[in-house]
Design a protein around this ligand. Structure first.
Ligand code: GLV
Ligand code: MN
Ligand code: MN
Length: 411
């Protein structure tokens, strides 16, 4: 089996140019003009590969290579092509374009799948548009109800249904959920987004567990006013309450007793945002994760309690919302073994890993057995324009994916 690395790298580079910002920055927020163009680009590659395309009501894309036994549940792979603001070109993309190359390589090698092989491109893995990540896979996995999805809004107030309509998605939200065991396996190829593989000079990470993510959204309303004419005493400054909360998030994550708890105030917007005006409003989005649910939940409880106390003391109105609190996913032991065997057979170094980032696999685990194949990325850097994985690393990841898909397809 030959991986056509030159073609794959060219496609990765070409997709990176479909961005809302000039290179090297990749920004492709869900259903932006760039995201819609990128979807067309990837669908064309799927058609050129001879795959049958289908799209569901939320724009999840499915590209299928029919197997000889159409009645058996298919084997699936895939990832996402949406990208957060100021991102790089590999996050998600390696799993999508690498998945297409894995299928092309299997076709060229004369492989005939028994179970169909299906590539998925998920809608909104990134939370930028709606504050919630993995919207497409949550709906597929039945983790997000269609009713709740319909209430999602982007910061400009536009709701999920309006976005879907504008993006040309058709059909009813309640048709998206997949029945249990719709696939026999889901295997996602992804960059590690952490430093372990590079540091240990290991080529492949085989994911055994995906950490438990959660997101909070806080709206703080104080009282604005003239920055010169309003004396300090009695001010109700929404930014200052938010600043205290952001520090409390850091403290809560540092004091759970688990080195795996991480807390980030990644969104902090104030209004009106004028130098001579007291901030009357602050919007915070806070990301808290852990490999362990109990320490993650302890941090969440602490953040909520302290936020309420700070806002009470500062006479700030607080709207505190838990957008998601997800459990971790445990990967399938048999699939993990299969990937290990494939690496041994190819003499590619591998180790088991926990994914600290979340992925669509977290929610596909509700539908079928899953695992992920990680490749190293330089410095463990991701969600930045200088994100990088070498062609040699990508080639190994795609080869391991292709062989794993082939084995799973014949099972
Ligand atoms: C996915 O992009 C994550 O934030 O883990
Ligand atoms: Mn990402
Ligand atoms: Mn990703």
């Amino acid at each position: 089996m030959q991986i056509n690395l030159a073609q794959l790298q060219q496609e990765i580079d070409e997709l990176a140019l479909i961005s809302e910002n000039p290179p090297p920055v990749v920004t492709r927020v869900l259903f932006s003009g760039a995201d819609l163009r990128a979807r067309r680009f990837v669908k064309k590659l799927c058609r050129d590969t001879g795959l049958n395309l289908r799209e569901d009501a939320v724009g999840n894309i499915f590209a299928r290579w029919e197997g000889s036994d159409k009645n058996l549940p298919a084997v699936a792979t895939g990832s996402h092509i949406d990208a957060i603001p100021n991102a790089g070109k590999y996050d998600g993309v390696v799993g999508v374009l690498g998945g297409i190359e894995a299928i092309r390589a299997l076709k060229k090698a004369g492989f005939h799948p028994k179970r169909s092989l299906e590539l998925l491109i998920f809608t909104a893995e990134e939370p930028t548009r709606f504050g919630l990540g993995c919207v497409g896979s949550r709906l597929l996995g039945g983790v997000l109800s269609p009713q709740k999805a319909a209430t999602l809004r982007s910061p400009d107030g536009k709701n999920f249904t309006q976005w879907l309509k504008q993006a040309g998605c058709r059909g009813k939200l309640d048709s998206v959920r997949l029945p249990k065991n719709f696939y026999s396996a889901f295997i996602e190829l992804h960059i590690e987004q952490g430093p372990i593989l590079e540091r240990q000079k290991i080529s492949i990470g085989i994911v055994e567990k995906i950490a438990a993510p959660s997101t909070l959204r806080l709206q703080l309303t104080g009282v604005g006013g003239h920055a010169g004419a309003t004396l300090m005493r009695g001010r109700r400054d929404a930014l200052l309450a938010g600043a205290e909360i952001a520090l409390a998030v850091e403290n809560a994550a540092l004091t759970t007793g688990s080195p795996d708890t991480v807390g980030t105030t990644g969104v902090f917007k104030i209004e009106p945002g004028a130098v001579n005006s007291i901030p009357c409003h602050a919007h915070l989005e806070i990301d808290v994760r852990d490999t362990n649910v109990s320490t993650r939940d302890a941090a969440l409880a602490k953040i909520e309690k302290i936020s309420r106390r700070i806002c009470k003391q500062r006479k700030i109105k607080l709207d505190f919302e838990r957008l998601n609190t997800d459990p971790p996913a445990i990967c399938d032991a048999a699939l993990v073994r299969t990937v290990s065997q494939v690496c041994r057979e190819f003499k590619i170094s591998a180790r088991k890993l926990i994914s600290r980032a979340y992925h669509d696999s977290l929610f596909m685990a509700r539908v079928c057995p899953v695992t992920m194949i990680f490749i190293p990325c330089r410095g463990g850097i991701s969600h930045r324009p200088d994100e990088y994985s070498s062609p040699a690393q990508i080639e190994k990841g795609v080869r391991v994916l292709a062989k794993t898909l082939a084995i799973a397809s014949l099972r």
